[in-house]
Write a protein of this length. Structure first.
Length: 326
């Protein structure tokens, strides 16, 4: 088979094919190295050398189990008091929150602690976080995909489990005197209370600020529809302003069209005021220029009259001089 390529191009193609064959062919293994030596090389050092060796040594990590630590000992082996309990599922925490909100007096913190075998502080933390979650929702769904994935990885059990740390945690709270007075978990702020302690200050301040904001918004909306920003046109025989906010126009064979008077809803007040100020400046400048032109015309007329009088006077004086000389 003949080729139309030059000799140098054919030589480069042959070299490229040889290079590809050499790359595709695996290199021969060394004679003096066995499989046992490979395993020993992988086991040397603090960690595994390859990702495949890591998967072989830690195959159990593929399945989620409770207390599924990478090493044989739990984290912080020198700290004997570090014994974290297994996580609580979101379903259990939601049930605790629903029970408390259904009847706070009957299902108080201590009753929920006994029912779910949890410490008092842990129940308080669950109620506080659930209250914060309820405040964050505000009618919007939450993204729980990450939470579901973490529960699967940590091996969370949705069924009720007897918590052995309940009594120990409660005793720790009493010894350290951290059992503070229970507060309402729905409120996520600190309340300032006067000296008499009758009524908190912050709720009234928040309500007052809300009313002020509503009045300011209404005033801003009314300001947009003011005659200064949106001048009213007088009614004529041809043009008349609609008295209703919604006007419906119907034509036979066509769909009805609704015209809604939105007023100054989409009016930019600052831009409108800037244009009004610019128009006022232009009007004042035009008026001043007109007055200057009128004054200049008057002055020119006076100058013309004065020049005429002077010319007449000079002519009379010249005529008198000629008469005297003659």
């Amino acid at each position: 088979m003949f080729s139309l390529l030059p000799r140098c191009a054919r030589r480069g193609a042959v070299v490229t094919q040889l290079a590809r064959r050499s790359l595709a062919t695996p290199a021969p293994a060394s004679k003096g190295k066995s499989k046992d030596e490979d395993d020993e090389g992988e086991g040397e050092g603090e960690g595994t050398s390859t990702f495949k060796a890591f998967l072989r040594n830690h195959q159990s990590l593929r399945v989620a189990k409770p207390l599924n630590y990478i090493e044989e000992s739990p984290p912080f082996p020198l700290n004997e008091s570090f014994k974290p309990p297994p996580p609580i599922s979101d379903n259990t925490r939601t049930q605790i929150w629903n029970d408390y909100m259904a009847d706070p007096e009957r299902n108080n913190v201590r009753a929920l602690s006994r029912a779910y075998h949890l410490s008092l502080k842990r129940v308080e933390a669950i109620l506080r976080l659930k209250g914060l979650e309820a405040a964050f929702i505000k009618g919007k769904p939450l993204q729980t995909g990450f939470q579901w994935g973490m529960e699967m990885i940590l091996g969370v059990n949705n069924e009720g489990i007897d918590r052995v740390d309940m009594h120990t945690a409660d005793m720790l709270e009493q010894e350290e005197n951290r059992d503070s007075a229970r507060q309402r978990f729905q409120r996520q702020y600190w309340e300032s209370i006067p000296d008499d302690g009758k009524e908190p200050l912050l709720p009234a301040s928040l309500e007052h600020a809300k009313r002020v904001a509503e009045r300011s918004a209404q005033a801003a909306q009314d300001r947009k529809s003011s005659p200064r920003l949106m001048p009213r046109l007088k009614d004529t025989d041809v043009f008349k302003s609609p008295r209703q906010k919604v006007q419906t126009v119907e034509r036979p064979g066509r769909l009805p069209i609704h015209f809604v008077d939105v007023g100054g809803k989409f009016l930019d007040v600052e831009e409108r005021l800037r244009r009004i100020s610019a128009a006022g400046r232009r009007q004042a400048m035009t008026k001043r220029q007109s007055e200057e032109k009128v004054l200049q015309g008057v002055l020119q007329g006076r100058m013309k009259g004065r020049n005429a009088v002077q010319r007449a006077r000079r002519a009379a004086v010249k005529e008198f001089e000629e008469t005297v000389v003659s």
